[in-house]
Design a protein around this ligand. Structure first.
Ligand SMILES: [Zn+2]
Length: 313
């Protein structure tokens, strides 16, 4: 049984995952990064013990998916925005010492990509890109069955390729990157800045609410969904032109409204991907749901320590 740990800016989830990707027990704690890394490590260790007890399992390895940047092969955190003061801390070494098992860590987008490729929608797909669209846009790239890593083992940032250089400023330093135009907060910001003063639905707006309003026929919300479809489609079309993957797996809160988006996204792909066999690049919805990162974290262990486990034709 693999212990899995999903470390995010707001919460830490821990679970037990069997060899076929089933999550057998789970616990959560808010991250509270300011309480310090040792405090979080203690909580992770005690949640691992308790979830193992609940599942009646013995932990044979531990996989971690975490918000990054991080160094997957040393196990160290880089300068992580959301985990202030954790830079240089090493949960891989610490959990190895505490549990006396092998531990592996990857960026959470990569962990979810590995999970979807092995146990989710992307099962059997050799070239797969996982994209999660929520408060930001992240993801992971699997090429020839293995997690793609860049120089210095770096995790590529699919959310920060430029879609419109005259677009809004992003924390990455550019204007108009995909995340700044197609993530949930971009939808909300556009509606808030476009709505006329008398717009009645201004109160308690969220991206989720905008989709609901669109279903009710609200014209501004429909325009926001059209705009979301356009920018989502441009980014996905870019990925298809660049990688010609077997499949793009889409997850995250925005994709809960995929029925309002995907037909338009496919139309944009048709318009601009004619030099590649775009009709063979499948679009699929993530199937591991809200536990994609946690289940993927267990897959991180398999991918690292069972060479060949992820290879498909
Ligand atoms: Zn950016």
């Amino acid at each position: 049984m693999i212990g899995s740990v999903d470390i995010g800016g707001t919460k830490i989830a821990v679970g037990m995952v069997d060899d076929s990707g089933r999550l057998l027990s789970k616990m959560e704690s808010s991250t509270e990064a300011d309480r310090g890394y040792p405090d979080a490590l203690d909580r992770i260790a005690s949640m691992l013990r308790e979830t193992a007890r609940n599942a009646g399992a013995e932990i044979s390895g531990i996989g971690i998916g975490s918000t990054g940047p991080l160094y997957p092969f040393t196990g160290e955190f880089g300068d992580v925005d959301f985990l202030h003061g954790w830079q240089g801390k090493n949960p891989v070494q610490d959990l190895e010492r505490i549990f006396n098992v092998r531990v592996a860590i990857e960026n959470d987008g990569d962990a979810a990509a590995l999970g979807e490729a092995a146990w989710g929608s992307g099962k059997g797909k050799s070239r797969l890109i996982y994209v999660t669209i929520g408060t930001g846009i992240g993801g992971g790239i699997i090429l020839d069955g293995r997690l793609y890593r860049g120089v210095d083992q770096a995790h590529p940032e699919v959310g920060h390729h430029i879609v419109d250089p005259s677009g809004p400023a992003c924390s990455c330093g550019f204007r108009g990157c995909w995340e700044s135009l197609a993530a949930g907060p971009a939808m909300l910001a556009w509606v808030e800045s476009t709505a006329p003063p008398h717009y009645l639905n201004r109160k308690n707006l969220t991206a989720k609410r905008i989709f609901e309003l669109a279903r009710e026929g609200d014209e501004l919300a429909l325009a926001a969904v059209k705009r979301e479809t356009y920018y989502l489609g441009l980014g996905i079309a870019n990925l298809i032109n660049l990688f010609t993957p077997d499949m793009i797996v889409l997850g995250g809160s925005i994709m809960k409204s995929s029925d309002l988006l995907l037909a338009g996204v496919r139309e944009i792909i048709r318009q601009g991907c004619r030099f590649v066999p775009f009709e063979k690049s499948e679009l699929a919805l993530a199937s591991l749901g809200e536990n994609a990162n946690l289940i993927g974290a267990a897959r991180v262990w398999h991918h690292r320590f069972k060479p060949g486990a992820d290879r498909v034709a």
